[in-house]
Design a protein around this ligand. Structure first.
Ligand SMILES: Nc1nc2c(c(=O)[nH]1)N(C=O)[C@@H](CNc1ccc(C(=O)N[C@@H](CCC(=O)O)C(=O)O)cc1)CN2
Ligand SMILES: Nc1nc2c(ncn2[C@@H]2O[C@H](COP(=O)(O)OP(=O)(O)OP(=O)(O)O)[C@@H](O)[C@H]2O)c(=O)[nH]1
Ligand SMILES: [K+]
Length: 441
C-alpha cells in the first residue's frame, strides 16, 4: 500500500518563523540531494541552499536526514526547514513534485508509520488527538495514549485472553470430558477478572473521550422553568431565546463551552409537557432523545412555582445521571448553592451559578483526569463489543458449557480488542481513521 515518495508541508499554513517540508519514501535521499546538495549525517541538522529547477535559490535552511528504518515512518525521511512563508513553502513543494514526489494524502505519514509497525493505531490516533486537543487535560490524556499506556492495557487484556484460550483449547484437545469442578470454577473466576479489568478500562477510555469531545449535558424540565436562561448564564452569552411564553424552545439547541478549560457540550431542549401543537410535540420527542443520549441531565425546576416539581416528568432514562437544579431562587428565597436535594440557582441574578459550574467540573472528573486515556467512539464500541463477548463466555462458563463455546466467545472478545490497537483491522477502517488527520501528519 505505501507507494512512492510522498511530500507535504508539515507546519501550519500561513506565515511563521520556520516552515517544514517533509519527505518520506525510497526517493527521499535523491530528491533532497537534487534540491539541497549532499545529505547531512543522519539526524544532524545542516545548513543548505534550496535550489529551484533553474538553479536559483528558493530559500536556505536546515536539512534533516533520517535513513529508514530509524525514522518516524520507518522509511527514508528527509525534512527541509525553510522560512515559513506560504510562497516559499509552496515553491519548495512544487519543486519536489516536479522531481517526482507525490503530495501526501491526509495522515499518510502516520499511516505509513502504522503499516511499518512504528506505531499502533491507538498511538497514531493519539498524535491526531494531541494536535486537536482543546484543553490541557485532553492534551495530557492524549500523551498517555501516545506513550502507549492505552495500547499496553489492551495488549495485557488480549494476553490474558490468549492464556485462557490456550488453557481451554488444550482441554479440548486432550480430554473428552467437559470442564468440571475446580477447573470450571477457575476459568469462571479468570473470565470474571477479565470482565472487571475491561470495565475499568472502559471507564478510563470513556473519561478520555469526554475530555476530547466534551461531556454532554442536557438541560431539561417543564416549560418556562428557565432552561434557556440557564444555558445563557452558563455560556455567558445569549445563545438561546428567552421569553416568558411557555414553549419558547422548540428544537434542541447545542452550545459548546469550557469550564476551566474542560469542554462541555450543552443542549437546551423544549419544555416537557403533554399536548401543544405538532411542532412542540416533536420538540418534546427530540428532548427525550437528547436526554437518553446525555452524559448528564440538568433537570431544571421553577422553584417559584409550587406546581413544578422534579418528579413530574416521570420517564427519565434511568441510565443517565440527573442533577436537579432549582431555578428562580431570587423569587422563591431558597438559599443558593449545592445541597442534598440538588443545586439552587438563579439564572437571572447569577446566584448559585458558581456552585453549578463546580458541580459540572466534578461531573467531568476534573480532579481525576490523570487516569484517562484519550479514546474515540470506535474504541468504546470495540470495548463494548469485547465486554459483550466476555459476558457470553461467563454465561457459558457458569452454565458449565463446553470449552469450545467458552473459547469461541473469548476469541471474539480478542478480535474486538484487536481492532483498538490495529492488530485486527480492515483497509476500510484504516482509511476512515487516517483520512481525518491533517495533511503533513
Ligand atoms: N522535526 C520534526 N519534529 C517532530 C517530528 C518530526 O517528524 N520532525 N515528529 C513527527 O511526528 C514528532 C516526533 N516524532 C518522531 C518520532 C520518531 C522519530 C525518529 O526518527 N525515530 C527513530 C530515531 C530515534 C533516535 O534518534 O534515537 C527511531 O525511532 O528509530 C522522529 C520523530 C514531533 N516532532
Ligand atoms: N425571576 C427569575 N426569572 C427567571 C429566572 N430564569 C428564567 N426566568 C424567566 O422565566 C421565563 C422563562 O425562561 P426561559 O429561559 O425561556 O425558560 P425555558 O425553560 O427555556 O422555557 P421553554 O423554552 O418555554 O421551555 C423568562 O421570562 C425568564 O426571564 C430566574 O432565575 N429568576
Ligand atoms: K420560555
Amino acid at each position: 500500500m505505501p507507494d512512492g515518495t510522498i511530500c507535504a508541508v508539515a507546519t501550519p499554513p500561513g506565515r511563521g518563523g520556520i516552515g517544514v517540508v517533509r519527505l518520506s519514501g525510497p526517493d527521499s535521499a535523491a530528491l533532497t540531494e537534487a534540491v539541497a546538495g549532499p545529505l547531512p549525517a543522519p539526524r544532524r541538522a545542516s545548513m543548505r541552499r534550496f535550489a529551484g529547477d533553474d538553479g536559483a535559490a528558493i530559500d536556505e535552511g536546515l536539512v534533516l536526514w533520517f535513513p529508514g528504518p530509524q525514522s518516524f515512518t520507518g522509511e527514508d525521511v528527509a525534512e527541509l526547514h525553510g522560512h515559513g512563508g506560504p510562497v516559499v513553502m509552496d515553491r519548495l513543494l512544487q519543486r519536489l513534485l516536479g522531481l517526482g514526489a507525490r503530495l501526501a494524502t491526509p495522515g499518510e505519514f502516520s499511516h505509513r508509520a502504522y503499516l511499518n509497525g512504528r506505531i499502533d493505531l491507538t498511538r497514531a490516533e493519539a498524535i491526531a488527538d494531541l494536535i486537536e486537543a482543546g484543553s490541557e487535560s485532553a492534551a495530557r490524556a492524549a500523551m498517555r495514549s501516545l506513550q502507549g499506556e492505552f495500547a499496553a492495557t489492551i495488549d495485557a487484556l488480549v494476553q490474558r485472553l490468549t492464556d485462557l484460550r490456550v488453557h481451554l483449547e488444550a482441554g479440548i484437545d486432550f480430554a473428552d470430558e467437559p470442564l468440571e469442578g475446580l477447573a470450571l470454577q477457575d476459568v469462571t473466576r479468570q473470565v470474571e477478572a477479565v470482565a472487571a479489568e475491561l470495565a475499568s478500562t472502559r471507564r478510563a477510555a470513556s473519561r478520555g473521550q469526554q475530555l476530547q469531545e466534551g461531556l454532554s449535558v442536557v438541560i431539561a424540565g417543564r416549560p418556562n422553568a428557565g432552561k434557556s436562561s440557564l444555558l445563557n448564564a452558563l455560556a455567558g452569552r445569549d445563545a438561546a431565546i428567552v421569553t416568558d411564553l411557555a414553549g419558547t424552545t422548540r428544537d434542541v439547541l447545542e452550545s459548546y463551552l469550557h469550564i476551566d478549560g474542560l469542554p462541555l457540550r450543552v443542549l437546551d431542549t423544549a419544555g416537557l409537557r403533554e399536548g401543544g401543537d405538532v411542532v412542540e410535540q416533536e420538540g418534546v420527542r427530540r428532548a427525550r432523545r437528547a436526554m437518553a443520549a446525555a452524559d448528564r441531565i440538568l433537570m431544571v425546576v421553577d422553584d417559584s412555582d409550587a406546581g413544578d416539581d422534579p418528579a413530574l416528568p416521570a420517564e427519565w432514562p434511568d441510565h443517565v445521571a440527573v442533577t436537579t437544579v432549582y431555578n428562580k431562587i431570587d423569587r422563591s428565597g431558597r438559599a443558593a448553592g449545592e445541597s442534598a436535594a440538588g443545586l439552587a440557582v438563579s439564572a437571572l441574578t447569577g446566584e448559585g451559578m458558581e456552585a453549578l459550574r463546580d458541580h459540572l467540573r466534578a461531573c467531568l472528573g476534573a480532579d481525576d483526569t490523570e487516569a484517562a486515556f484519550i479514546a474515540r467512539r470506535r474504541h468504546l464500541q470495540s470495548l463494548d463489543a469485547a465486554a459483550g463477548h466476555i459476558d457470553e463466555a461467563l454465561t457459558a462458563a457458569r452454565a458449565g458449557a463446553g470449552e469450545e463455546l467458552i473459547a469461541e466467545s473469548l476469541a471474539a472478545a480478542q478480535a474486538s480488542l484487536g481492532e483498538i490497537t490495529g492488530a485486527v483491522t480492515t483497509e476500510d477502517l484504516l482509511g476512515r481513521i487516517f483520512s481525518t488527520f491533517c495533511i503533513g501528519k
